[in-house]
Design a protein around this ligand. Structure first.
Ligand code: AMP
Length: 413
């Protein structure tokens, strides 16, 4: 299958080829023809599978074919995304694919002045890519008119649910014309997303790429079990490996991200942080610096990292084990994008074993246990008495064999 066979408009096809794409990915092969035929589409695909082009190319194709009456442009396409980074990334893809077209796109998100966005909307835009909160703000101010929207995409819908945006998304959909095409992309399909689709989509066709639960096959995933206090030293040690050129480190909290960044810089590693306490300008600068290779390490929280699309991330490090398995999948999905090989390393402290077990149950397999010679896998010697039974149940050897209660006082080797 080739991009030519989709029958995209000439200018759009030129843009796709100029982006360096030779063959469509699985999700693109499945979703693009349906979307071009006007169908409502549910795309069950993780980030990294090429899902953005799967909805962006049909949007751009439709926009290129629509009324070009020379007057002020009307918003005909809307993409709703959970985060600012993803909105920006989608905008960049729209610009890239639409390089030879006259499509006007604006990304609107919070955390930056609304004035420029209002000016852009006033000038007239074909497509708006927005986070829910800022879009509602524009709707309330009357600075955006969505009455002419023909196609709407809900991108990373499961993340919008996780972030508590679903009511906002519903309010947005309610102001859209009923006669529209709706596409929804999501890595997982919790019941709330299913009912959203049922309520607001017309006979949607579901397409899937890969197994939703399994991070891309190309990713080599390993686990180091290590005392919390030794994590940073192990990370510094791992970063000495020359293959660790471009490393994304995840921290659960913003403070944690700052602390890790400081410790890395202190030990001579070039690192920068991206999280929601930093201004939008700082986040963009950090991301650009990382993309250009000025920094070896980008330390991010889950939310901030959601929209990151950086080619060639050699390794994702989970400095802590995420609470939800979905977050684990989103995190490790940052490396090994498309068919590139990538590594994901998770540092697991004693009290994070249950989170690790949840991840393993979710993806349906046990992750490979590794041990660094300078940092033997070691757990607390003094397990508080009331936790012993539970801790004992969670202990496993490197081969996955469980230790009994007594053994939980031993070092796991
Ligand atoms: P996405 O899943 O949309 O975030 O895309 C992941 C990465 O794959 C991005 O860097 C895209 O530029 C790239 N990509 C998407 N489609 C293709 C394709 N057909 N061929 C090569 N690269 C692609």
């Amino acid at each position: 299958m080739s991009f030519e066979s989709f029958g995209l408009s000439d200018h759009l096809l030129r843009g796709v080829l100029a982006a360096g794409y030779e063959n469509p990915t699985e999700i693109q092969i499945k979703a693009i023809p349906l979307a071009l035929s006007g169908k409502d589409v549910i795309g069950r695909a993780q980030t990294g599978t090429g899902k953005t082009a799967a909805f962006m190319l049909p949007i751009l194709d439709r926009l290129s074919a629509g009324p070009q009456n020379g007057g002020k442009k009307k918003v005909r396409a809307l993409v709703v995304t959970p985060t600012r980074e993803l909105a920006l990334q989608n905008e960049q893809f729209a610009i890239k694919y639409g390089k030879f077209m006259q499509i006007k796109t604006v990304a609107t998100f919070g955390g930056v002045s609304i004035g420029n966005q209002i000016d852009a909307l006033r000038r007239g835009m074909d497509m708006v890519i927005a986070t829910p909160g800022r879009l509602l703000d524009h709707l309330n101010r009357g600075t955006v008119n969505l009455s002419q929207v023909e196609i709407v995409v809900l991108d990373e819908a499961d993340r919008m649910l996780d972030m508590g945006f679903i009511d906002q998304v519903r309010r947005i959909i309610q102001v859209l014309p009923r006669d529209r095409q709706t596409m929804l992309f999501s890595a997982t399909m919790p019941s709330e997303i299913k009912s959203l689709a049922l309520r607001y989509m017309k006979d949607p066709v579901t397409v899937e790429a890969g197994i939703a639960r399994n991070p891309a096959e190309a990713i080599n995933q390993q686990v180091y079990r290590i005392g919390r206090e030794n994590k940073i030293d192990l990370l510094i040690e791992l970063l000495k490996n020359p293959e660790m050129k471009s490393v994304l480190v995840f921290s659960r909290t913003r403070h944690g991200a700052d602390r890790i960044t400081r410790r890395l810089e202190h030990s001579g590693v070039k690192a920068t942080a991206i999280h929601s306490d930093r201004s939008q300008a700082q986040r963009i600068r950090a991301l650009e610096g990382f993309k250009r290779g000025h920094c070896q390490v980008l330390v991010a929280t889950d939310i901030a990292a959601r929209g990151i699309d950086v080619q060639g991330i050699s390794c994702v490090v989970n400095f802590d084990v995420p609470d939800s398995p979905e977050d684990y999948i989103h995190r490790v999905g940052r490396t090994g994008r498309m068919d590139n090989a990538g590594d994901a390393v998770t540092l697991v402290a004693f009290d994070e074993e249950s989170n690790l077990n949840r991840v393993e149950r979710f993806i349906g397999r046990e992750l490979e246990r590794k041990e660094h010679p300078n940092f033997p896998a070691e757990f607390k010697i003094n397990v508080p008495r009331q936790h012993e039974a539970r801790a004992g149940a969670q202990f496993r050897t490197n081969s996955g064999r469980r230790f009994g209660r007594k053994s939980c006082r031993q070092r796991v080797a």
